[in-house]
Design a protein around this ligand. Structure first.
Ligand code: ADP
Length: 202
């Protein structure tokens, strides 16, 4: 039996950094953000449903979905946002399951599902265990301002729009504290792999 792990965090908590560490350790990662872009490519089922629901006005001249245009439509309407989610979420879920099955059939023993909104979108049923990348608020703020070149105010607003990382600690099976150095984070990852009997290349 393969072990499926849901990897999550908050904005700038270090989830991508940890995801990269898993890849370097020879563990496969399925990235929900990549899948969310893939399922709305021209001709995909969710693409057709979005065009049906929102009309051709949200398309660019090359027929791809114009994300800023669609974004402004849903920004002003909760109903439309829910409608879009009702199309995209099941498509993402389905595609994640397909890719998970493929990896399992290929004999992978451990599969990471990298899902930013793992707890918020109730996707925990897709995984056997959950792993949270945690940082304290001050570190998160500083790293977000630095990475995205944001003012303190903008960075705070982005962090505050998400479920607080402290809340996510209560929901996770294991937590990596990413306040320290990259090396310290890698050590914690290796410890968790040990505890969960995950074979890695080190
Ligand atoms: P997320 O994927 O959760 O948004 P990232 O992995 O992109 O977060 O990390 C956010 C920023 O913080 C990036 O610029 C990254 O290089 C940096 N970072 C992540 N972990 C550490 C660490 N332990 N020490 C210093 N900088 C870090």
């Amino acid at each position: 039996m393969a072990l499926t792990i849901g990897l999550t965090g908050g904005i700038a908590s270090g989830k991508s950094t940890v995801s990269q560490m898993f890849k370097e350790a020879g563990i496969v990662v399925i990235d929900a953000d990549v899948i969310a872009r893939k399922v709305v490519e021209v001709g995909e089922e969710a693409y057709e449903q979005i065009v049906q629901a929102f009309g051709k006005d949200i398309l660019s001249t090359d027929k791809t979905i114009d994300r800023p245009k669609l974004g402004s439509v849903i920004f002003f309407s909760e109903e439309k946002r829910l409608l879009l989610n009702s199309i995209v979420h099941p498509a993402v879920r389905k595609q994640m399951l397909i890719e998970k099955e493929e990896y399992m059939n290929n004999g992978e023993k451990t599969i990471i599902l990298d899902i930013p909104l793992l707890f918020e979108s109730k996707l925990t049923a897709l995984v056997d265990r959950t792993l949270l990348v945690y940082v304290d608020y001050e570190t998160q703020l500083a790293r977000l301002m630095e990475r995205n070149n944001l003012s303190k105010e903008d960075a705070k607003a982005r962090i505050q729009s998400q479920m607080p990382l402290k809340e996510k600690i209560k929901l996770a099976d294991a937590v990596i504290n990413n306040n320290g150095t990259i090396e310290a984070t890698k050590n914690q990852l290796h410890e968790i792999c040990d505890q969960w009997d995950i074979q890695i290349k080190s």
